[in-house]
Design a protein around this ligand. Structure first.
Ligand SMILES: C[S@@+](CC[C@H](N)C(=O)[O-])C[C@H]1O[C@@H](n2cnc3c(N)ncnc32)[C@H](O)[C@@H]1O
Length: 226
């Protein structure tokens, strides 16, 4: 179901052009996360990856820098985010982009791995989250790893970690900017840890393992069963 909230989830205009600066300011350890991502996928049997909600392509660049053997399909409904990604990745081969959603993907590839980074908290309803996770699982080979990063935790955890995030932000951001942004984050559709595990299992994945956390952001790894 398309809703205003879903449309808001699609990054356009200034949001696309300023995205890379935004993540540096607002997501502590974003760069560190991107450096460990390829290591976690190093033993993937077939080096083909589906990067869902690839945005400006940072996860794709991280993988290609670690190993040019990766063939990657980036999917995102925002043409503007994909445009930035295409420019950023112009010197790398074996990358294709699809503007749209995973369920609409035209090729019939079964991928060796997939990522969903900083996307799920823009999806409002649990059945839509389940639909997205199921669409990703259907595109994976048996045993393929799946890495998911976003805003996870219950209300209490989010409240505590928003204060942690506040203290980790760069000093040059104004109090007003910080208050407004933290307020917007509270309106996003976080998933509790229990819910995430249930959604992944219902979508056909193994129960996930958390391997990273920086304030409100955490990352989990799971696999499609063999
Ligand atoms: C915060 S950005 C994350 C970009 C990138 N993955 C990263 O780690 O920097 C979220 C992206 O998800 C995309 N998006 C929103 N709804 C989506 C959906 N249903 N399926 C795939 N991508 C979606 C947005 O257009 C946006 O580019």
């Amino acid at each position: 179901m398309e809703t205003a909230a879903n449309n808001h989830a699609v990054f356009e205009g200034e949001r696309a052009n300023n995205y890379d600066e935004f993540v540096q300011q607002w997501i502590p350890n974003y760069d560190y996360f991107m450096t460990i991502l390829p290591k976690l996928l190093e033993n993937t049997v077939e080096k083909t990856m589906l990067a869902v909600g690839c945005g400006t392509g940072n996860e794709i660049l991280a993988l290609k820098k670690a190993d040019e053997a990766w063939s990657i399909t980036g999917v995102d409904p925002s043409p503007e985010m994909i445009h930035v990604a295409q420019e950023k990745l112009a010197l790398h081969e074996n990358i294709e982009f699809f503007t749209g959603k995973v369920a609409q993907l035209k090729n019939h590839n079964q991928f060796g791995a997939a990522t969903l980074i900083l996307v799920l908290h823009f999806i409002q309803y649990p059945n839509e989250k389940l639909g997205l996770l199921t669409a990703i699982r259907k595109r994976l080979q048996p045993g393929a790893p799946f890495i998911i990063m976003g805003i996870f935790g219950n209300k209490e955890q989010l409240r505590g970690n928003l204060e942690v995030l506040r203290s980790l932000l760069p000093n040059y951001l104004t109090h007003r900017e910080i208050d407004e942004r933290l307020e917007r984050i509270k309106q996003l559709y976080r998933t509790s840890e229990e819910e995430l595990s249930k959604l992944l299992v219902r979508a056909g994945f193994k129960p996930p393992t958390r391997f990273f956390q920086a304030s409100i952001y955490s990352a989990w790894i799971t696999q499609k069963p063999t």
